[in-house]
Design a protein around this ligand. Structure first.
Ligand SMILES: [Zn+2]
Length: 489
């Protein structure tokens, strides 16, 4: 038995100004054949799981390239076509194959390609032929197009947001693909488009109970897998939005009925799945109204680099500084120039710094401060879901009563070592201010007395009716008051 695996992943915010180029992948995560580390990147878990299974069970795994770029703007044509053709060339050289395992984020948009994953999966199918089994893992923040589903045999998305279950879901993709190759199961997919754009954190109700209910339906009555596709709202493509995808064992009619029932159930939760987003001053007021003791976390998803934002917006930082609040920790702020100046000045130095506000009008205005350089770390990292994420060279500065972590590689707030790696004692802080939508939650909620969400006016508006869509299919909630689910497959 011979299987091939590869990963091509990024989440394209087509409204964001930062281009995604070949270098964006090489700087973030790029592992050509034979170089993939033992620990997976968020989207390369199928390779790591399949490697372990192949070694234990004595079948052949051919490892192709794995590439992941920090979310940003539209991919260049050269970047997408280059990485795609690299993977297809490796796959062609590996033929004949019984199966293919693809780790794809699912929201990649490139110049000339609204559906990169659909294009890639269709080309893989053309090479391997109709009998090979193609199993795909997606991030739930994807655009699940009909084209992808028509050319693969089974597709599974992570269930948790924050995405703490990418390896668990990869184990399912690998297991079901192997069983299908052996003829033990006959996976058939049913997909319903909810016609809904929303955010669905699974750390809070009502999504927590919905995910748990869906999990309890799996493995019974021929249901092999159910994916709740959140969709990624910040791309101007026709297939934006939430879907339900059921993989059943030969039972298409039962899968269709279940997918439609769950889509209607998800739509019942419209308007209740995301937290309230306060304006920055209201969030600060709410934090200060809480008793001293444990820190209050304030996160600003509107400038989350994990959603393609620059991570250099100053709207929340400027309010915290202007109000002179003591015992505040803030991270990260993406500002490679300020980091460089701090490295030139050295630890202990005091210097004038101009912070952030660089990339676009939504980044706000730069802030001029007098800073003390507290700690410098070359090639700093933070931890997330068992792996590490690069921060690049990074500096901890003190401005008044605030400690601020400046980074030179764009990333969101993920692990507490984003602060503690620089000697910041989080327990002693009144406010811990972050840039993240929900991936921060697993690390930071346990130390916080409260988690507050703000919309700092960055480039990822929490109110999606403010997103300037031109390509999205209508009607879709909340752009349209009435939008009923429709069958995709
Ligand atoms: Zn995601």
């Amino acid at each position: 038995m011979r299987l091939f695996t590869a990963t091509l992943a990024t989440e394209t915010n087509s409204f964001a100004p930062i281009p995604t180029a070949r270098a964006s992948f090489e700087e973030a995560f790029y592992a050509p054949p034979g170089t993939h580390p033992a620990a997976p990147n968020l989207c390369s878990a199928p390779l790591v799981v399949a490697r372990r299974r192949a070694q234990a069970e004595g079948w052949t795994l051919i490892e192709g390239s794995c590439a992941w770029a920090e979310p940003a703007g539209t991919c260049t044509r050269q970047a997408y076509e280059g990485l795609r053709d690299e993977i297809l060339g490796q796959l062609e050289a590996a033929l004949p194959l019984d199966g293919v395992l693809l780790g794809l984020h699912g929201a990649m948009v490139a110049e000339g390609y609204e559906d990169c994953e659909g294009d890639l999966i269709a080309r893989v199918r053309a090479l391997v032929g109709p009998k090979a089994i193609i199993g795909v893992e997606h991030d739930p923040h994807c655009h699940l197009t009909q084209k992808r589903l028509e050319h693969c045999n089974l597709l599974i998305t992570f269930k948790e947001f924050p995405h703490t279950d990418s390896v668990e879901r990869a184990e399912e993709v690998v297991e079901l693909t192997l069983r299908a190759i052996k003829g033990e199961i006959d996976p058939v997919m049913s997909c319903v488009d909810c016609r809904t754009i929303a955010s669905f954190p699974t750390t809070r109700e009502p999504m927590r109970s919905f995910v748990d209910r869906v999990k309890a339906l799996e493995g019974r009555g021929g249901v092999l897998s159910i994916s709740i596709v959140h969709g990624f709202p910040y791309a101007d493509v026709p297939d934006v939005g939430a879907r339900i995808l059921v993989v059943a064992d030969g039972a298409k009619a039962e899968g269709d009925a279940l997918a439609m029932a769950l889509a209607r159930e998800l739509n019942e939760l419209r308007g209740r799945t995301a937290p309230d987003y306060l304006d920055p001053d209201a969030a600060i007021d709410a934090a200060l109204a809480l008793p001293l003791g444990k820190p209050v976390v304030i996160t600003d998803p509107s400038d989350n680099p994990g959603g393609g934002a620059a991570g250099d917006s100053t709207q929340v930082l400027s309010r915290l500084l202007a109000r002179g609040i003591e015992h505040v920790a803030f991270a990260p702020l993406w500002d490679p120039v300020a980091v460089r100046l701090c490295f030139l000045a050295g630890e202990g130095a005091r210097l004038p710094l101009r912070l952030g506000g660089k990339t676009a009008p939504s980044s706000g205005v730069p802030l001029d401060v007098e800073a003390e350089v507290v700690r410098l770390v070359a090639d700093a990292t933070q931890s997330f879901a068992g792996g590490t994420m690069a921060l690049g060279d990074a500096a901890l500065i003190r401005v008044g009563g605030m400690e601020i972590v400046l980074i030179s590689k764009r990333t969101q707030s993920l692990g507490r070592d984003l602060f503690t790696g620089f000697g910041v004692e989080l327990e002693a802080k009144r406010i811990v201010a972050l840039k993240s939508t929900n991936h921060f939650h697993a690390a930071f909620a346990p130390i916080a007395q409260a988690v507050l969400y703000t919309d700092g006016g960055g480039p990822i508006p929490r109110d999606v009716t403010k997103v300037p869509y031109t390509r999205v299919q209508r009607p879709i909630w909340p752009l349209d008051a009435v939008a009923e689910p429709i069958v995709v497959l």
